[in-house]
Design a protein around this ligand. Structure first.
Ligand SMILES: [Zn+2]
Length: 386
């Protein structure tokens, strides 16, 4: 058997390998495959198989190196995780991109610390939402003395005034996938300006991301429009869904106004109780960055469903249900549909591209299996002939 292995690996690598290396390599392969391969196989077949495996092995590191070997060309600081994710999808290979407000934290009431001063001082570019979201940013920029360029990613979006305070704007335009396209356009334009040598790559990624957002929009439009009009009432922890509500014709109400640090009165709660009883809405929804106590109490008092958690001001855990912007949008739509209809809709996941190395690996395995089967049939015929 050892002799067979030595023969196989010497054919594969074009020279004899030391015994230790053969043993190590042989552990990687399935023994059955190895047994079959170590039979005296025609060298031509071995060469084809070896070439396929080697090409697969060589392309993988090349691909990885393209993304990681070069030093990141610029430092981009986004104010929240949604903007950071979009920027990362467009230019994560060429720019070091971080979010000032970490995942799971409320961007309305962010309290920057000394490390945030360092981050902003080192940035080349700051991407901010605007629309009164980052009230803490002006002071941070002034104290840091940063020379970073600044771009507002909601540029061109017509703001919705909430009416709760004079000239108070709802900043959560990102929750509407159609307006999300404006975010992508603005962020791509900004990144291309600061990475002119990468404009082609950013442009290609911009097109892909816009297509994904169009798919989320179609999905959301179909699901929300299937809910009877009188039941399209979205009650959440804070006032974040006005753009979403406008787009998909939902009435939106909330326990807290645009920012969740406001005082809530008994009158506010009584009005929500009345609304829930009058409309017979089936569910109300907590949010990932806001204490669910009051929403839970409302659901319990009215004996209605406490819907699933919505992600509004931040992405969720990196590998979780709302780990990136597109997943977050799909998750929110599915959760709202489930709560308001009482049906269970599996959250649609964005389509993942199959990595090239996986495709080549599968091709190599299929070819290997084919050659083994063909060779064994060949041997079988040979025995019969003998
Ligand atoms: Zn918010």
């Amino acid at each position: 058997m050892q002799r067979g292995k030595a023969y196989f690996f010497s054919q594969l690598f074009g020279k004899r390998l030391p015994r230790g290396n053969i043993l190590l390599a042989s552990k990687i392969f399935c023994p059955d495959i190895l047994n079959a391969l170590c039979n005296p196989i025609k060298p031509a077949i071995l060469r084809v198989l070896a070439t396929t495996l080697l090409i697969a092995g060589m392309i993988s590191p090349l691909q990885a190196n393209t993304a990681h070997s070069a030093e990141k060309e610029i430092v981009v600081l986004a104010t929240n995780t949604i903007i950071a994710d979009i920027a990362g999808q467009l230019a994560g290979d060429y720019a070091k991109i971080t979010s000032l407000v970490p995942r799971g934290q409320d961007p309305h009431n962010f309290d920057p610390g000394p490390s945030d001063l360092v981050k902003i001082s080192n940035a080349d570019l700051i991407l901010l939402n605007g629309m009164q979201l980052e009230t803490w940013l002006v002071s941070l920029i002034r104290r840091s003395g940063t020379q970073a360029a600044r771009d507002t990613v909601t540029s061109g979006i017509a703001p919705i005034y909430t009416g709760q305070y004079e000239a108070s704007i709802d900043p959560h335009a990102w929750l509407d996938p159609v307006l999300g396209k404006t975010y992508v356009e603005n962020i791509a334009a900004s990144l291309k300006k600061h990475l002119p040598g990468r404009a082609g790559e950013i442009e290609a990624k911009r097109s892909k991301l816009l297509k994904k957002l169009e798919e989320v929009h179609r999905f959301t439009e179909e699901k929300i429009s299937s809910i009877p009009e009188e039941e399209r009432i979205l009650i959440t922890s804070h006032d974040a869904f006005r753009y979403f509500g406008d787009r998909y014709q939902l009435r939106v109400e909330s326990v807290f106004p645009t920012s969740a640090d406001a005082e809530i009165t008994i009158k506010d709660m009584a009005e929500l109780n009345n609304l829930i009883r009058k409309t017979e809405v089936k569910a109300i929804f907590p949010e990932s960055t806001i204490n669910p106590r009051l929403v839970r109490q409302l659901a319990s008092d009215n004996r209605i469903t406490l819907g699933g958690k919505l992600y509004t001001d931040s992405l969720g855990e990196k590998d979780g249900e709302a780990g990136d912007y597109i997943s977050m949008l799909y998750h929110n739509t599915s959760t709202i549909f489930d709560g308001l209809t009482g049906q269970r809709l599996e959250a649609k996941k964005p389509e993942q591209e199959v990595p090239l190395i996986l495709t080549l690996g599968i091709v190599a395995l299929l070819m290997g299996s084919f050659f083994i089967m063909w060779h064994q049939m060949d041997l079988g015929h040979g025995k019969k002939d003998n």
